[in-house]
Design a protein around this ligand. Sequence first.
Ligand code: BDR
Ligand code: CA
Length: 305
Amino acid sequence: MIILDCDPGLDDAVAIMLLLSAPGIEVAGITTAAGNVELHQTQWNTRGILDRAPRRVPVYAGCPRPLAVPHVHAKHIHGDTGIAGVRFEAVETPLEKEHAVDFLIRTLSSAPERSVTLCFVGPLTNLAVVLVKAPELAQKVERLVLMGGAIGLGNTTPAAEYNIYADPHAARVVFEADFERVVLPLDTTSTVLVDTALAARVAKIGTPGADFLAPLLALPVAHPRFAGKGRPMHDMCAVGYCLWPELFSGRQCNVTIDCSEGPSRGRTIIDYWGNKREPNALVIDQVDIEGFLTRFHDTLAKAAS
Ligand code: BDR
Ligand code: CA
């Protein structure tokens, strides 16, 4: 069983569609938090995306703000609506009344030990609140797969990647919890680029999900680092790991979170060179990029049949 927590978000939209296109994976629900855009928009966007997905799952809205810092959005990357200007005027997928934190607590409480995979592709606020309220539920988590942090430089500040920068205190709680963590850092997710050729192939699939994603996949990216190469869709890598871990490899490392107020706020201090600190996460540093992008396309295409 898997639960996805997200903050759509352009790349979150791709991640959601990939997860719900994959066969044979039990998705208990999707939870949302404040992140790239405000909470009311992340839950709304999630529901609009699900309207176009091959299957629907329950959607829960979670925390409207980070634990100890003001909310910082990323509309300069994702646009005012969070999905590059896509505005869902109406949505059919309902919003569950239960709070995302309560849903996570209820689901984990009734699950066997180490049976639930959590995939988090936004700030870690909801999970931190769960762990503060019911720390014993860490035992129910098989593993947490998260997109966040950076071995090297950040994308929100020179030191910090967005998901960790946005709620560093939540990240610290989560990295101290007693379960397995798999980290898809910015350095690695930035190597998996979606280009216009792949977008064109997705456009030919002809399902509502693919028709929705294709123009998003074809969007040009402003940063000169990616000019002419394609766009990173960071969050889809975390879902990709959940589906096909054999395409990824990494190192067991110690990861600590800088919660200071200074220029290093939100930095993931990753002991990549193994300075005798106890590892607490598998940090992914290699992806079979071609294999992953092929499976991404084929999964969307097969969801059509
Ligand atoms: C992460 O930050 C967000 O803006 C994206 O959705 C992704 O989860 C990349 O740093
Ligand atoms: Ca995200």
